[in-house]
Design a protein around this ligand. Structure first.
Ligand SMILES: CC(C)(COP(=O)(O)OP(=O)(O)OC[C@H]1O[C@@H](n2cnc3c(N)ncnc32)[C@H](O)[C@@H]1OP(=O)(O)O)[C@@H](O)C(=O)NCCC(=O)NCCS
Length: 278
């Protein structure tokens, strides 16, 4: 196992992962963010270099690492050779199994290896399949006019309480800290009403995915999230990030909106594997 820290090797890896889109999209998004300043301190693990057969991105271990923090502890994986990936996970220190963490991958083998790891290492695994939507041409997204009393803006720390209260996965102190960090570190967009309060927003995460697309209930069905998605996607695209996100398989409304906006659903499901030692 190698930690890839050389800038030119990371650049080469980015190119290689880009060539293997869409299956690489989560690791690709993480590597792009690492190569553009690495604001949340992630690192890349490969089995070998230059002929790598498995790639894993993870948060660097730091003195203040909180092993219980499911939000902060986010991994992404891709393999060209499943046996190599299995050995990387099971036989090396690539993963801190004492942590509660979430792992994103689009290959069935990623889920299989997570299942094996859970059995061998006697840890819990919850795996939830999601649809993944990718938009290769965000500049072709339909454009809508915004009510002139509203403005497009970016989120601030003072908006984090409402983000945390409304997020399906939020509502606790760890999620609040995580959202605050995302707002400070990665592209986001919101629409402010005439009083300067956010009514619709979208943010991005360490693997470059769009998360927490939301419109306040009293403002829904007026095209606000469509406006947010276009602006956020253009921002990610200009920064060289892939434009994509995951949706729950029963969230038909969001799926319809993404399809209307020109996103394409990947044929592979996203395996979101949540491991915890407790
Ligand atoms: C899903 C959600 C974000 C949508 O926000 P919204 O601001 O109401 O979305 P929009 O008004 O931009 O789009 C909603 C509808 O308008 C349609 N639409 C948007 N722009 C359009 C346009 N220019 N022309 C025609 N239809 C359009 C969409 O297809 C959609 O139609 P449908 O509801 O009949 O499928 C909102 O319902 C919400 O916050 N839900 C809870 C959180 C959630 O599920 N988030 C997604 C997590 S992945």
């Amino acid at each position: 196992m190698l930690i890839l820290s050389c800038a030119s090797k990371l650049q080469l890896l980015e190119t290689l992962l880009k060539r293997n889109l869409p299956q690489t999209v989560a690791v690709y998004g993480a590597v792009v963010n690492i190569n553009r300043g690495n604001p949340v301190g992630h690192e890349v693990i490969v089995d070998s270099w230059p002929d790598c057969k498995a790639v894993l991105t993870r948060p660097r271990t730091e003195a203040d690492t909180d092993n219980t923090d499911l939000y902060k502890n986010i991994y992404a994986a891709f393999y060209w050779d499943l046996d190599v990936y299995r050995r990387l996970l099971l036989d090396t220190d690539a993963v801190n199994w004492k942590q509660t963490f979430r792992l994103y991958g689009y290959q069935n083998g990623i889920y299989d290896v997570s299942k094996d790891a859970a059995a061998t290492k006697k840890i819990h695994l919850t795996a939830t399949p999601h649809f993944t939507y990718l938009n290769p041409n965000p500049d072709k997204m339909p454009q809508r006019q915004l009510d002139p009393s509203f403005t497009i803006s970016t989120l601030k720390s003072s908006h984090v309480d409402i983000l945390n209260e409304t997020w399906h996965h939020g509502g606790n102190e760890q999620s609040r800290r995580y959202l605050d960090n995302m707002v400070k570190c990665f592209p986001n967009i919101c629409i402010l009403d005439s009083n300067g309060h956010p009514i619709s927003w979208g943010i991005t995460d360490p693997i470059g995915a769009q998360i927490h697309g939301y419109t306040l209930p009293s403002h829904r069905q007026r095209g606000y999230l469509a406006i947010v998605l276009r602006a956020l996607s253009m921002k990610s695209h200009v920064a060289g990030c892939p434009v994509y996100g995951h949706t729950a398989m029963n969230n038909v409304q969001m799926q319809r909106l993404l399809e209307y906006m020109g996103f394409q659903r990947l044929s592979e499901l996203c395996h979101l594997c949540i491991h915890s030692s407790v």
